[in-house]
Design a protein around this ligand. Structure first.
Ligand SMILES: Nc1nc2c(ncn2[C@@H]2O[C@H](COP(=O)(O)OP(=O)(O)OP(=O)(O)O)[C@@H](O)[C@H]2O)c(=O)[nH]1
Ligand SMILES: [Mg+2]
Length: 193
């Protein structure tokens, strides 16, 4: 028997929706625009074109829910800090993100804050960490695009992130080379299939 894909798109929301409270654990991905959130989601699920990659940044205006292995929602949130968006657009996206974490009925099982290894932790990310801590959402930091740094540069970058991220758990990966993706998958979803 041919097996279907392990993940599929369920819906995109812009406000309150019954999906937020249907009991399926939500693993929510957040981070600056272009850090590779969608790429990480596709690598974890093994479904190549599940979340749209590298189209126009800043165009994701909804909170997208994907059902994974029939038992998790992978939640792809819009990226923040997209420089080219108008202030009004940026404000709207920020409000949607803040709403999901602070005002909606969502209680994400784990929040995955994705960073770009080269850019490190930006003020936007520090604001986000503040919100996650305030709301007591469990989160992990994933440093993506580690293929872009030499080993000593990477060590320095991760040390810098650690310094400013308190005692947050930090994982590393590269979607390009595949390094760290299995470990991230095990951390987020266990090894259940
Ligand atoms: N070198 C390298 N490039 C990567 C990696 N992961 C993603 N990219 C590239 O980074 C760009 C942005 O990736 P996306 O997955 O679309 O980023 P995103 O965070 O979902 O962006 P938004 O949806 O705009 O918020 C694409 O061109 C990807 O191919 C990686 O590990 N290494
Ligand atoms: Mg994306």
């Amino acid at each position: 028997m041919k097996k279907g894909p392990t993940a599929h798109f369920v819906k995109g929301i812009r406000g309150t929706d019954e999906i937020l409270q249907d009991g399926t654990p939500q693993i929510a991905f957040i981070g600056r625009s272009n850090v590779g959130k969608s790429s990480v989601i596709n690598a974890l699920t093994g479904v190549k074109s599940l979340a749209k990659v590298g189209k126009k940044p800043g165009k994701t205006t909804e909170i997208n829910f994907f059902l994974f292995r029939k038992k998790f929602y992978i939640v792809d949130l819009p990226g923040y800090g997209y420089a080219q968006a108008t202030p009004k657009e940026r404000e709207k996206l920020k409000n949607l993100i803040v709403w999901y974490f602070s005002a909606s009925d969502a209680k994400p099982h784990t929040v995955v804050l994705v960073l770009d290894a080269v850019a490190g932790l930006t003020p936007f990310d520090e604001d986000m960490i503040g919100i996650l801590r305030n709301e007591e959402h469990p989160f992990v930091i994933v440093v993506n695009k580690i293929d872009k740094l030499k080993q000593d540069e990477l060590l320095k970058a991760v040390a810098g992130i650690k310094e400013n991220a308190g005692d947050a758990e930090i994982l590393q990966c590269s979607v390009k080379t595949g390094r760290g993706v299995e470990a991230l998958s095990a951390r987020l979803f266990g090894n259940t299939r």
